[in-house]
Ligand binder design. Structure first.
Ligand SMILES: NC(=O)c1ccc[n+]([C@@H]2O[C@H](COP(=O)([O-])OP(=O)(O)OC[C@H]3O[C@@H](n4cnc5c(N)ncnc54)[C@H](OP(=O)(O)O)[C@@H]3O)[C@@H](O)[C@H]2O)c1
Length: 269
């Protein structure tokens, strides 16, 4: 079944690049009215233009820093003022950190938690009353790092574990009000995410991706489109009875990571 979003209004955070960009474009193809959030004005405008080219619907562009309360307030207020209603929210904006307990500092902790947890919590709480009115739904973008333990991604993994728990808990809180809440957990996905954490050149990033690909049981890293298809499916009426789920889109990587960690432990005993 092809999902129809022509009567829907969807907010996508982190829509200016990567996975959020692919999510916005797929919703635009399916006729959704869109509110798109990001910090980079130029990138956001480019994505909005490409979305408009799909069905002629001009997305609302919201330039906001969701790590701040002011950014969350502005996003919620502008969306509701502009459209007067909301049927879907995709909390996709997120940042990473590569550190460990010996190297970390509280600036890193605050930056990652303020974006990936506090921002999602604050924005969601402000949008829920509208989603209750529309019997709408939420899709949160987590990561397989939220459940698999991967050394080097502290405190990013902690934020995604918190997000997973947030999603499951509010799914139960909101089910009696007719609002569904689901999570998509990508594995390694082509985007700007890794390059923001490293000083990799394009060539080094390609090599890194190739190495990552070899660990993926299905033999491919994800694209934004792979993740977007699952997001749209969960946000659509085809998933009317689906809530509280966490769907991995990772080519089986999570189980492979856990498997190899367990093997290592067995060998060292
Ligand atoms: N790529 C992966 O391998 C992977 C794997 C698992 C999960 N994920 C998750 O997928 C989501 C999207 O990541 P991505 O891979 O697409 O990375 P990306 O290319 O770096 O995109 C991140 C997006 O989030 C936005 N963003 C970041 N901080 C923000 C803030 N404070 N306020 C508003 N917007 C903010 C960015 O906007 P600006 O550029 O405009 O600031 C950008 O649009 C994240 O939640 C990430 O944790 C990614």
């Amino acid at each position: 079944m092809v999902a129809d979003f022509t009567s829907k209004v969807v907010l996508v955070t982190g829509a200016s690049t990567g996975i959020g960009e692919a999510i916005a474009l797929l919703f635009a193809k399916l006729g959704a009215k869109l509110a798109l959030v990001g910090r980079n004005v130029e990138n956001l405008a480019n994505v909005a233009k490409r979305c408009e080219a799909e069905k002629g619907l001009k997305p609302l562009q919201i330039v906001a820093d969701l790590a701040t309360d002011a950014g969350c307030d502005k996003t919620a207020m502008d969306t509701i003022l502009y459209f007067g209603r909301l049927t879907g929210c995709v909390n996709n904006a997120g940042v990473g950190a590569r550190t460990n307990i010996l190297l970390t500092d509280m600036q890193t902790y605050d930056r990652v938690f303020n974006t990936n947890v506090r921002g999602v919590y604050n924005l969601t709480r402000q949008l829920v009353p509208e989603l209750i009115k529309s019997k709408g739904n939420i899709v949160n973008i987590s990561s397989i790092s939220g459940s698999a333990v991967s050394v080097g991604s502290l405190p990013y993994s902690m934020t995604k574990a918190a997000l997973d728990h947030f999603s499951k808990l509010i799914a139960l809180e909101l089910a009696p009000r007719g609002v569904r809440v689901n999570t998509v957990s990508p594995g390694v996905t082509v985007s700007k995410f890794v390059q923001r954490l490293t000083d990799y050149t394009e060539e080094q990033y390609k090599e890194w991706l190739e190495e990552a690909r070899r660990s993926v049981p299905l033999g491919q890293v994800c694209t934004g489109e792979d993740v977007a298809k699952m997001v749209v499916h969960l946000a659509s009426d085809d998933s009317a009875l689906v809530t509280g789920t966490i769907v991995q889109v990772d080519g089986g990587l999570q189980y492979n990571t856990v498997g190899s960690l367990m093997q290592k432990q067995i060998k060292t005993k």
